[in-house]
Structures are given as structure tokens and as C-alpha cells.
Write a new protein. Structure first.
Length: 299
């Protein structure tokens, strides 16, 4: 696997702070988003590279490994363990490896010599150590109405396509792991995993907070004072709702179970909260004004 300079991708210096990384990522993510570059066939690839760079550099532990081991950073833990084992098994006079220093090429050469079949165990037998493949990251955009039920999606990973089932109720920004759909392993090791990040676009007039939904509903002054039965839109259709007499502006009512489906909990839903907004009558006739005047005198 070729070395990928994540600092260069994000257009930052190696001494950049976490705040600098975050700022650079947001700037490039907006600039390179495929939706904003419909005529650029490479936009999706560039956007994924920026996401990949941000995932590594925004994580202090991953960044530390990347800075030290370069393209082999995902094998850092195994590398350190292998060096300890090698030192332990070769103290009798065969070969040893320094635990400090070395370039990215040195690390790669070490992997090739130690794990490519030339290394030896304590008993002198030939061995080949396996390593898990590189994890991949992808972003999937869906509308809010798309996630009311489980649905199947086909993902195009470039070299292959996979068909997955997306559970209802997945949240904006949520990441799920699909095991075995990452890069190929080393020396016959297992494949890496695919981390799928969801971007949920709310194309409704409902506000989503977790599993609950919120919506404002206009009612007339007369309905608020006298009470009434109104129809209210939910994500799954209209329901009838009784408005109590003398309902005040900004009164909130809960429709239990009319919110979003709860992720991986079949048949469980959040709630829908309706806030009444009382609208005042306009363009009153003289008769209506007279009646309101009489009402005010009664009060």
C-alpha cells in the first residue's frame, strides 16, 4: 500500500493543532462535497480522502501512530509486539532490531523481512504473521423519510458492490461497522472493516431530537377558546387531535409512539410533540368587532 500524506490532503502542517485540523476539514469538506461538484468525476474520491485524513488526524492516538509508522500505522500495536518478541527470541546471538529511530521505509522493510517469511520463531521454524487489512470509510446520505423502515441499499465501493440492510431509525452522524468489507489482509490475514457514516437530511417540517419529533401546529383563536377537533400531520399520516377549550398559546401535547423508530428495536418508537400556535383573526368585519367589544365588556 502506498504512503498517503494525510497532512498534505488537509493542507496543514504536521504541527497543526486539533483546532487547525477541524477547521481545515470543515473547509475542504464543504469545498469538495460531491453535491457541490456535480461535474467533477473525482469529487467523491477527493471527498472520501479528506474524510479518511480527518478520521486519523483528529484522533490523537491514531495520529501518534501515523506520525511514527506512516503507511503501516494500523499495524503499530502488532509491530511493537513483534519487536518485543523478536528481541526476546534473538538475544542468543542471532539478529536484533533497534526499538528507536528508523524511517517509514525502515518500518516497511522490517515488516517484509520479519513477516514476509524470512523471520524465525524461537525454535527456528519458518513463520509468516498475518495482519488485518486496512479499514475503509464511506458516507451514505439518506432523507428522513427513508429511515422510517428497514431498507436495503447497494453500496458502490469502486472495486465491488455490496448490498446491506439499513436498520430503521439510524441517526444523523451515526457510524456503523460492516465487518470484512475493508482492505485485503497481509499474508492471508482477515480483511479490514467498512465504517459507514450516515448523513440524514431532514426534508420535513418536523424537528428531530433523538427518537422524538417536534412540530408547531397553528390553531385559530376560536378553536383555542372554544375547543375543537383538528387533523394533525405525522410522518405516517394524519391523526385527529382534540383541542381543549381555553387552550393557551405554546401549549404542548404529546402523541405517544408517533416519533421516529428506535434504532434496532423493532416496534419501538419515540414520541411526537405538538406545540399549538394560536393565530389571531385579521380583517374583522364591523359586526365581529362589535362582538369582541361586547365580550371585552363582559370580562
Amino acid at each position: 500500500m502506498d504512503f498517503i500524506d494525510y497532512y498534505k490532503i488537509l493542507e496543514i502542517d504536521k504541527k497543526a493543532s486539533q483546532a487547525d485540523i477541524k477547521k481545515a476539514y470543515r473547509k475542504l469538506a464543504r469545498k469538495l462535497h460531491p453535491d457541490l461538484n456535480p461535474n467533477d468525476k473525482t469529487a467523491q474520491e477527493k471527498f472520501q480522502r479528506v474524510n479518511e485524513a480527518n478520521e486519523v488526524l483528529s484522533d490523537p492516538e491514531k495520529r501518534k501512530k501515523y506520525d511514527q509508522y506512516g503507511k503501516d500505522w494500523e499495524h503499530a500495536d502488532a509491530f511493537e509486539e513483534a519487536k518485543r518478541n523478536q528481541r526476546s527470541s534473538t538475544r542468543g546471538g542471532r539478529r536484533t532490531y533497534s526499538s528507536t529511530g528508523g524511517s517509514q521505509k525502515d518500518f516497511s522493510d522490517f515488516f517484509e523481512s520479519m513477516f514476509g517469511g524470512e523471520g524465525f520463531s524461537g525454535g527456528g521454524s519458518r513463520r509468516s504473521t498475518q495482519f488485518k487489512g486496512q479499514d475503509l470509510n464511506a458516507t451514505l446520505k439518506l432523507n428522513l423519510l427513508d429511515i422510517l423502515e428497514d431498507q436495503k441499499q447497494t453500496l458502490d465501493l469502486g472495486a465491488k458492490k455490496i448490498r446491506i440492510t439499513i436498520p430503521a431509525g439510524v441517526e444523523d452522524g451515526q457510524t456503523i461497522k460492516i465487518s470484512g468489507y475493508g482492505g485485503d489482509g497481509v499474508n492471508g490475514g482477515p480483511k479490514g472493516d467498512l465504517y459507514l457514516n450516515f448523513e440524514i437530511l431532514n426534508n420535513t417540517n418536523f424537528k428531530r431530537v433523538g427518537n422524538d419529533l417536534y412540530k408547531n401546529e397553528s390553531i385559530s383563536l376560536y378553536d383555542a377558546i372554544l375547543g375543537s377537533t383538528i387533523e394533525v400531520e405525522t410522518l405516517t399520516g394524519k391523526v385527529k387531535l382534540k383541542v381543549k377549550p381555553e387552550t393557551q398559546n405554546d401549549t404542548k401535547v404529546k402523541l405517544k409512539g408517533k416519533g421516529m423508530p428506535v434504532y434496532k428495536k423493532k416496534g419501538t418508537y419515540g414520541d411526537l410533540y405538538i406545540t399549538y400556535k394560536v393565530t389571531m383573526p385579521v380583517q374583522l368585519s364591523e359586526k365581529e368587532k362589535e362582538l369582541f367589544k361586547q365580550l371585552s365588556e363582559l370580562r
